[in-house]
Design a protein around this ligand. Structure first.
Ligand code: ATP
Ligand code: MG
Length: 582
């Protein structure tokens, strides 16, 4: 956004202003009409003031006071303040509606983002910038009306003063110029400063979340190290404050220069009036009207500045929302006959060696297979190439014998029920937490069955408001243990009922007794699907159809539990012998 020329900045602002008016016409038509009418009426007041004042003074000097102009003047002066206030309220109500719309649209756009895009830092940055933009874009339509109103004020005032003295009239019109120039300058400066402020703000906001959210906040409080995070926040906030402070300082200079220039033009208009030999009435009227007009123009400067500074943020918002393709609904695929990783290799960007090398894995419907290996062996990476969140550098992923790369992302993801290693602890109502497993509508019965299969009924059955129970103590809801959260995550996978289940350490936080029950339920229900588990616990691997042993990204062994354990000197026996002794 930095380095925009004045022309580009003005063109961008004009575009933003026009788009905002279009949005208002679509989503807040009534309030747009009311605001426009009020602002237009207000815009005519300084000129009306000139006309009435001139007539009044004329009639007074002629010795025949006339009531018409007096009434008119009273109405004009009386209307200025209330019209302004009501106009402001109307534009605020318009802004509320626009903000709601922008925020809801952004939420929908974010919800449509493919997982592969969500993993990118630039996408996160755009997403957060767009979120921040909704707090400034909402007022742009109202500010645009104010600027247009100020333009009308200047032109009408110029025309009226022109009658009294043409040079003065032109100088009144010219008084708009310094304000516009100053705010253009200010906005160019701000366009350079805001990205710095936004980055610092984002990091500070993240750190603040860690302090104020219950789970991380408690962890830090227990460690007694919240103060360190507070220091991080202070550092980021200080950075942002310094940039903002410099920005406000420069803006002060710009505004001061503009005020001087405006005063000079105003003085010039007065001199022209006096030297032009205007009547006393004309001079008095023009002076009073010009003062009112200048006030309106100063407000316009502020409005103009808002548009021009909101414009770069609005560009990011609109580009982002437009960049997310319309929702392709994910359809869960229940029938998957086979899956295969065929000689897949993958290297993370910037890594010096591959995380997967020539990995081949296969499974058929009804089978339950496992990936095992020490931390960092490549299990999660293999899972991510399977579902399509990572693209193999060589090799293929086959679903029912077809290259999965030919599928669209939602089509492909629909094949899987993926329980990730760092599963979400979504603090919503119980029903909603489980219903997040499937894209379509979900019945309460289905939710209960899923809870049962995931061994979650034991604790959810006792919850105070049944399926409506709010979870998470920070919302005044029911507290849930780590292993219980994991069972809820597993319930989502049951509810989803996809053709391939991938469970990355599904019982890592779960006690031995519940783990046994969960695995026996998984085995009991395995026939209609393919099940892939990642596990570190030996006994969960018995009775599985095949176990793939990964070591530094390579499949070093493959077979059934007993075979692998019997293979003396094998990696599997080496890894699990200790567990077997207990
Ligand atoms: N996003 C990433 N960028 C770069 N390297 C990564 C990334 N994710 C994982 N790695 C590296 O790839 C290797 C395999 O990681 P992976 O997460 O697949 O291990 P894992 O077998 O799932 O381990 P764990 O048992 O700890 O879950 C590791 O060396 C890891 O450091
Ligand atoms: Mg892992």
């Amino acid at each position: 956004m930095s380095g925009l020329s004045t022309r580009e900045a003005l063109r961008d602002s004009a575009r933003t202003a026009a788009e905002s008016l279009e949005d208002a016409a679509r989503w807040a038509r009534g309030w747009l009409a009311v605001s426009a009418a009020l602002l237009l009426a207000q815009a005519a007041l300084p000129a009306a003031q000139v006309v009435f004042l001139e007539r009044l003074v004329d009639s007074l000097s002629a010795g025949q006071p006339s009531w018409g102009p007096l009434l008119g003047l009273t109405a004009v002066v009386g209307a200025m303040y209330p019209l302004g206030q009501i106009g402001l309220a109307a534009t605020q109500r318009m802004a509320l509606r626009l903000r709601l719309r922008y925020r809801v649209d952004l939420a929908h756009a974010a919800a449509r983002l493919a997982p592969s895009r969500l993993a990118r830092a630039d996408v996160t940055t755009d997403l957060e910038a767009s979120q921040a933009a909704t707090a400034v874009m909402d007022v742009v339509a109202g500010r645009t009306l104010q600027v247009l109103g100020a333009g009308v004020t200047s032109v009408v005032l110029c025309a009226v003063v022109w009658e009294i003295n043409p040079v003065s009239g032109l100088l009144v019109l010219a008084a708009l110029v310094p304000t516009v120039l100053a705010f253009t300058g200010i906005s160019r400066m701000e366009a350079r400063g805001w990205p710095l402020v936004a980055t610092a703000d984002r990091r500070a906001a993240y750190a603040t979340e860690q302090l104020v959210q219950q789970r991380p906040g408690t962890e830090l409080a227990v460690l007694g190290t919240g103060g360190k995070v507070a220091e991080l926040i202070a550092g980021r906030r200080t950075e942002a404050t310094k940039v903002l402070d410099r920005m406000i300082g420069s803006a002060m200079l710009w505004e001061f220069a503009a005020a001087l220039a405006t005063a000079a033009l105003f003085g010039g208009a007065l001199v022209a009036l006096v030297r032009g030999g205007a009547s006393g009435a004309g001079t008095a009227a023009a002076v009073a009207g010009t003062i009112s007009g200048l006030n309106a123009i100063r407000l316009c400067g502020y409005a103009f500045g808002t548009i021009i500074t909101a414009s770069p943020q609005a560009r990011i918002y609109r580009r982002f929302v437009a960049s997310v393709p319309p929702a392709a609904p994910q359809l869960v695929v229940r029938d998957v006959g086979s899956l295969e990783l065929d000689s897949v290799s993958f290297t993370y960007p910037g890594a010096d060696r591959p995380a997967l090398r020539d990995v081949s894995i296969r499974a058929e419907r009804g089978e339950m297979i496992a990936l095992v290996g020490v931390n960092g062996a490549g299990k999660t990476t293999a899972v991510n190439t399977l579902v399509g969140m990572l693209t193999p550098s060589t090799g293929r992923v086959l679903l029912d014998g077809r290259d999965a790369a030919a599928l669209t992302e939602p089509e492909r993801l629909g094949h899987f029920g993926l329980l990730v290693q760092e599963f979400g602890k979504f603090e919503f109502g119980l029903r909603d937490i489980v219903a997040l497993g499937a894209p379509g509508p979900v019945t309460d019965d289905a939710v209960r069955r899923a809870l049962e299969s995931a061994e979650a009924q034991t604790f959810t059955g006792r919850m105070p408001d049944g399926l409506g129970t709010q979870l998470g103590q920070q919302w005044g809801g029911t507290g849930v243990s780590g292993g219980q959260w994991q069972r809820l995550a597993l319930a989502r996978i049951y509810l989803r009922g996809a053709g391939v289940w991938i469970l990355d350490e599904p019982t890592s936080a779960i006690d031995a007794e519940a783990e046994r029950e969960i695995f026996s339920e998984l085995r009991r229900t395995r026939h209609e699907r393919i099940t892939v588990v990642v596990s570190h616990r030996a006994w969960t691997l018995r009775e599985l159809d095949r176990i793939y042993v990964l070591d530094e990204g390579v499949v070093v062994q493959e077979g059934r539990y007993d075979e692998l354990l019997a293979a003396d000197g094998g990696r599997f026996a080496e890894m699990f012998r200790d567990q077997m002794k207990k």
